[in-house]
Design a binder for this molecule. Structure first.
Ligand code: SF4
Length: 405
């Protein structure tokens, strides 16, 4: 799921709607899960993007970085066995020194305490080079997620840099560079317009040989009415519209059934053009996302702590504040603690509950005005897909093909 936000820059007459795919996050797996999004990137100068960067220009301060390091040490002191980090936010490659400094501290802590560590990065790809990818790999960044917004024509109309030059080819170069050093997962943000030309896009990627080195998946864009209307909003919350496209027309979002059908069709296309195909059956789970994981945090560059990517940048939604002594909770934290899919009577009667868990704690909250979309149809489709793949297409199954991570 991708977020579209309204960005207005000085000198621009028209606001630009762009996808949010930046910032930096950390996640603890196992019993002490934590996700921390740190605003490493500050203002993005490559792409007019990002709901966060408009708010907290500049990189993460040394003080906040030190507090993160203290937090990690405290987790290790209390027995946390593993640290997983996702560098995300603003554009992490623009805050490379922050990524470097914190990576080295985390690695040193893990060595000192004998803990496991891994990291991944979410980047727009425009600044990725072989040198950077190599350095990231040396800091145990094992996976990069890079996003495309459709075929070149559609992508370049949506991903607009300050210099207004097209970014599609630059991003493909970035994908190439990253893929030489880590696994790359390409996310294609999909509306109806993009969906209609997915085969074209896969042909372009395959012609560059990327079908052999990256995995690709589609993320249907969803309409969000108005981010300032999230529950408990305060005076500092501000609008980040998600639905409209850059040219002002409304986002032609797929509905739940269409998204499910697309997934099935897309897998066929992946197969046709030689990409890895996911063959995973959805499994029951204990938590949905960082919102209901006790030790998962999203830390912004200014030290605010969130429990959801959607609220990043909304100060009134901050669940806490990172201090020298750890995370000091604030009032909005309570709603995350109280949330459970088992209070929703519709979900309680649903056979998919164990693998869905009500899908998204943010949009499932009664006070949320973000349109709730039940995930049953896509889940059923995914199961049908698995059944078709494993039972009806034995010839395909026996072919030797990579499986998407
Ligand atoms: S599939 Fe729909 S009804 Fe079932 S648990 Fe998920 S959100 Fe609730």
């Amino acid at each position: 799921m991708a977020n579209w936000v309204k960005c207005t820059h000085k000198g621009d007459e028209q606001p630009v709607y762009v996808n949010v795919d930046a910032a930096m996050s950390m996640r603890w797996i196992e019993s002490d899960n934590a996700t921390i999004i740190v605003y490493a990137g500050g203002e993005i100068d490559v792409v007019r993007v990002c709901f966060e960067s408009n708010r907290y220009a500049g990189r993460m301060s040394a003080a906040v970085q030190s507090n993160i390091a203290r937090l990690v040490r405290r987790y290790f002191d209390s027995g946390t066995k593993r640290l997983d980090v996702t560098w995300y936010g603003g554009e992490p490659l623009l805050a490379f020194s922050v990524v470097e400094r914190l990576s080295k501290r985390f690695l040193s802590f893990c060595e000192e305490f004998g803990r496991e560590y891994s990291a991944e990065i979410v980047t727009n790809g425009t600044l990725m080079s072989h040198e950077k990818a190599q350095q990231l790999a040396s800091w145990k960044v094992k996976r990069a997620q890079i996003t495309l917004d459709g075929v070149p024509e559609l992508h370049d109309a949506r991903r607009v840099p300050k210099n207004r030059k097209p970014t599609f080819c630059t991003i493909l170069d970035g994908i190439d560079a990253a893929a030489a050093h880590m696994h790359v997962s390409v996310r294609i943000n999909v509306c109806r317009k993009v969906a209609a030309r997915l085969e074209e896009l896969l042909q372009i990627l395959a012609a560059r040989g990327l079908n052999r080195v990256v995995s690709v998946y589609v993320a249907p864009l969803q309409k969000v009415e108005d981010r300032k209307t999230l529950p408990s909003r305060g005076p500092q919350a501000r609008v980040s519209s998600v639905a409209p496209q850059p040219d002002g027309e409304q986002l032609d979002a797929l509905d739940g059934r269409e998204a499910a059908d697309l997934e099935l069709r897309f897998n066929d296309l992946l197969w046709k053009y030689g990409f890895a195909v996911s063959n995973c059956l959805p499994e029951p789970r204990c938590t949905t996302c960082m919102a209901d994981k006790e030790h998962s945090w999203l830390i912004e560059a200014n030290g605010d702590v969130q429990k959801c990517y959607w609220t990043a940048g909304l100060r009134a939604e901050a669940a806490g504040r990172l201090t020298e002594d750890g995370i000091a909770p604030r009032e909005p934290y309570r709603k995350w603690q109280d949330w459970t899919a088992f209070r929703n009577t519709g979900c309680l009667q649903c056979i998919m509950l164990p693998i869905c868990l009500g899908r998204c704690p943010t949009i499932a909250q009664p006070s949320s005005t973000i349109g709730f979309v039940c995930w049953r149809a896509p889940l059923e489709c995914r199961m049908d897909n698995w059944f078709l793949f494993n039972c009806h297409w034995p010839a395909r199954k026996s072919e030797s093909r990579p499986v998407a991570a």
